[in-house]
Design a protein around this ligand. Structure first.
Ligand SMILES: *Cc1c(COP(=O)(O)O)cnc(C)c1O
Length: 452
């Protein structure tokens, strides 16, 4: 007797179960379209009760599993389709990227090497080259997709450490080789820089956090004096980052000025444009990213403001050789090491995230992206006017992009309580970040049909 649960998973050579496999696919298409995509008017989270797994010995029919997904899993998921959700940098994925992810899973190629992912190695190489040019990094630019912006930032710091101190790659950074390397980012920079200092062995205490103004932009004089002070203490500055779209307020540092300081003190210049980088697609707003051309490396997440399903992020470098030197790797089990992304990436086996990114770009075109970016900027202006007009709320700082930070203006209700009231009423789902010592309300207006 054939085991029915195996028979529904792999195509039999005689193809007798091909229609069964197709029906499973169709059932998922229906589930995703009806119970995920078509959920704009549904709760943010319908069911908050805990979910408990149960793994029996016998397999379960797909039809039953689909019912279980519909009744047990989907109601407990956060519903990003709701246009009143604007809590974090989470977007509704473009439909084509949802299905592209299924195709990617079906192909299951491995970005470790060219022989395991022939066309996708070309696709990824061409995409990172294209994005490098888009950000003005020039003809030698290259990069790699990564599973998120944190990993891209960690990789950037690793490259910077190895560029400044090439021996650290082989000898490590123990007391014999530690050259007192210190890095500089603003106090509004992402926590992944702390992680990176931990990972690359320099230690979090050697990440110097520079003060920001009330909007969250790095203070240039404070940066320069921090660098000088570190040098006076016998330390060696090796890395300075500018942030294009900070996680709390969406602020964009004065990129050109930070870059000039980095160059003056012979530091690697990184730009964390994980979120704000998408402004490059808008002829109206790309000026916000002026100065990117000076970067040694740049982090960008299409999974945020480009509406590509996650994960999809990248690290770009101005000089391809920096990426190669930063790893100095060859995979011994590959026939050809000419371009194996596994040699220039912290990840080994890696998913093909290029396919959905390429499809998203082809599907919307540059004009479509410009329109979507401009639309979310317009939404942010309207949202801000709503905050200004309300008696209940007041703006915390001037927004730069489509992130609006504000707080409760009513002494009888804290920002946290106002947030909960709005979530309970299904009015708005906002986040409650800590900002300069206060809990504030943050809206990231990404939904193309955002409403409030
Ligand atoms: C989101 C974000 C990151 C981290 O990216 P992940 O994909 O969450 O790892 C880093 N920096 C900035 C500025 C971000 O907005």
């Amino acid at each position: 007797m054939p085991n029915p649960s195996l028979d529904s998973q792999f195509l039999h050579p005689d193809r007798h179960n091909r229609e069964t496999l197709r029906q499973l696919g169709y059932a998922f298409v229906d589930l995703i379209t009806d119970a995920v995509i078509d959920r704009q008017d549904r709760a943010f989270v319908k069911d908050e009760s805990p979910f408990q797994i149960d793994i029996p010995n016998h397999g379960t029919a797909s039809t039953d599993l689909l019912l279980e997904l519909r009744s047990q899993i989907l109601p407990r998921a956060l519903n990003l389709q709701n246009p009143r959700y604007m809590g974090h940098m989470d977007s509704v994925p473009l439909a084509i990227t949802i299905w592209a992810d299924a195709l990617t899973a079906a192909l299951n190629n491995n970005m470790l090497s060219q022989e395991l992912a022939p066309v996708f190695t070309q696709l990824e190489a061409q995409l990172v080259t294209w994005f490098g040019k888009l950000f003005g990094l020039g003809d030698r630019a290259f990069g790699t997709l990564t599973a998120g912006g944190s990993l891209a930032n960690i990789t950037a710091m690793l490259l910077a450490r190895n560029a400044k101190q090439p021996t650290s790659q082989d000898l490590g950074v123990n007391s014999r080789t530690n050259h007192n390397l210190v890095a500089f980012v603003s106090d509004a920079a992402h926590t992944s820089f702390d992680k990176a200092m931990n990972v690359i062995g320099l230690g979090r205490e050697n990440l110097i956090r520079v003060t920001t103004n009330d909007r969250g932009e790095i203070e240039l004089e404070a940066l320069e004096s921090a660098v000088q002070q570190a040098i006076a203490q016998g330390k060696q500055p090796f890395f300075i980052a500018a942030i294009a779209g900070t996680t709390v307020t969406g602020a964009i540092d004065n990129i050109a000025a930070v870059g000039a300081i980095a160059r003056q003190y012979d530091c690697w210049f990184h730009i964390d444009a994980a979120y704000g980088g998408a402004a490059i697609f808008s002829p109206q707003w790309k000026y916000l990213l002026n100065g990117c051309d000076a970067a040694d490396s740049l982090t960008f997440n299409p999974q945020k403001w480009m509406w590509v399903s996650r994960t999809c992020a990248m690290l770009l470098v101005k000089q391809k050789q920096d990426l190669v030197n930063g790893f100095k790797m060859e995979l011994p089990y590959m026939a050809d090491n000419s371009l194996n992304f596994g040699n220039i990436n912290l990840q080994g086996t890696r998913r093909t995230d290029s396919l959905k990114l390429w499809l998203a770009l082809r599907s919307l075109g540059l004009n479509g992206y410009a329109e979507l970016i401009d639309r979310s900027m317009a939404h942010a202006v309207a949202f801000r006017q709503w905050i200004d007009a309300s008696q209940e709320t007041e703006l915390v700082c001037e927004p730069t992009i489509n992130l609006v930070c504000f707080k409760s203006h009513n002494p009888a209700i804290s920002s946290a309580a106002l947030r909960q009231k709005w979530i309970d009423a299904e009015k708005l789902w906002l986040s409650l970040p800590l900002w300069k010592g206060d809990r504030i309300l943050k809206a990231v207006i990404l939904h193309p049909h955002a409403t409030w």
